[in-house]
Design a protein around this ligand. Structure first.
Ligand code: HEM
Length: 358
């Protein structure tokens, strides 16, 4: 069946000016392989959904938030009590931030175990790893913005770690804090990073990530049983399924935000002593807990420095995964990588739990 004359005239007009048919073809060529692991293909989309929710709710919060030590806490209080549905918007923003990191981790581990990073998707993996680091940056910088007691001291502990780095440590700490202490200057910096610098860089890498996924299509796991599997067009068939998932996720988000509204706590008081049992947000807990277990000195090196070096090397190894697993590039299964993945998940889960119970 052909479209109506008006529709085809508009399409021809757009095609002449924008190369519309090429854009349409690019959007439509991707197909989704159907096999027993297809469910994992929804997770990147879920992470994307949370990211979009963050942008929408973040812009709404910006209408009332004020980034100064004197006014930040009160402005969030105002959002929670006086602005219509302000409490809901703030709660959704906080819940969705946590869900986004959760989905990003699960998405990363699923593409890891499916070996979706293998040739020719190495750069898709690298851009994804950078997106994960940026998401952690969003979490860290956003945590301080309500300027409450917990966030203040968690930021103090978090930025203290920077100071441990030899030679440039003190300089890094001063740049991050805008001085020697966590103060209003730190808040202004974190605000700028949270609402301008990170969104700009993350949007760039997100576009790169999604364009590569669209160009290369979805990978299939290694093994003869996955070759020649049936496929389904991404657009509109799989995209509609994604949409069902997103609608469900929105329902869950609103439910969580309504039943468990995000707390504000008490205003930060730099002169008060640190509250007992201070710990960062859950996605940093495995690192925080590890640092606690390292002795204050290992050989001639301060324990914290050893921890920082270990985590930095871990981050570099994460980025380099596609280049380290040479067997996957030859379409061979690599049991060692599966074992490493399982150990890392176990380590992260156990140390996160320990941070909550200890
Ligand atoms: C943090 C934000 C992220 C967003 C919004 C995102 C989004 C997406 C989307 C929508 C897809 C296509 C559907 C799917 O496979 O689920 C995808 C695929 C992919 N992502 Fe991500 N991603 C993110 C983080 C990551 C991370 C942390 C990694 C790994 C370090 C990663 C690696 C990949 C790879 C390798 C693919 C291709 C999968 C395949 O072809 O089977 N992504 N991503």
């Amino acid at each position: 069946m052909t479209g109506s004359p008006t529709k085809s005239t508009v399409a021809a007009w757009l095609d002449e000016r924008l190369g519309w048919s090429a854009i349409k073809e690019f959007a439509q060529h991707k197909r989704i392989p159907l096999h027993r692991h297809t469910v994992w293909y929804y997770l990147g989309g879920m992470t994307l959904f949370c990211f979009l929710v963050q942008i929408g709710t973040g812009i709404l919060l910006l209408l009332y938030y004020r980034p100064t030590a004197e006014a930040a806490f009160e402005s969030v209080e105002f959002i929670m009590t006086d602005v219509r549905f302000g409490w809901l918007v703030r709660s959704i923003h906080s819940w969705s931030a946590n869900l986004m990191l959760f989905f990003a981790f699960v998405h990363m581990f699923s593409v890891f175990f499916l070996r979706a990073y293998r040739k020719p998707r190495e750069l898709t993996w690298v851009s994804g790893a950078l997106l994960l680091f940026l998401s952690l940056g969003f979490g860290f910088s956003g945590y301080l913005l309500p300027w409450n007691q917990l966030a203040y001291f968690a930021t103090k502990v978090g930025t203290d770690i920077l100071g441990q780095i030899p030679l440039i440590g003190h300089w890094l700490l001063t740049v991050a804090r805008g001085g020697d202490e966590v103060s209003g200057a730190t808040l202004t910096r974190f605000f700028g990073v949270h609402v301008a610098v990170l969104p700009m860089i993350a949007t760039f890498f997100l576009v790169v990530h999604l364009a590569m996924v669209q160009k290369q299509g979805m990978s299939v796991p290694i093994g003869p049983s996955y070759q020649n599997t049936r496929t389904m067009p991404f657009f509109p068939n799989f995209a509609l399924r994604d949409l069902v998932g997103w609608t469900l996720a929105l329902g869950i988000l609103v439910l969580l935000a309504s039943i468990f509204p995000w707390e504000l706590g008490v205003k930060a008081d730099p002169l008060a002593s640190a509250p007992a049992g201070i710990r960062p947000e859950w996605f940093f807990c495995f690192m925080f807990q590890t640092l606690k277990y390292i002795p204050s000195h290992v050989l001639f090196m301060p324990g914290e420095l050893l921890g920082i070096i270990g985590f930095s090397l871990g981050g570099v190894a994460l980025i380099l995964v596609p280049f380290l697993d040479r067997r996957a590039a030859r379409e061979e299964r690599n049991g060692l990588m599966t074992a490493i993945g399982c150990v890392v998940i176990l380590y992260m889960a156990v140390f996160t739990l320990l941070a909550y119970v200890r």
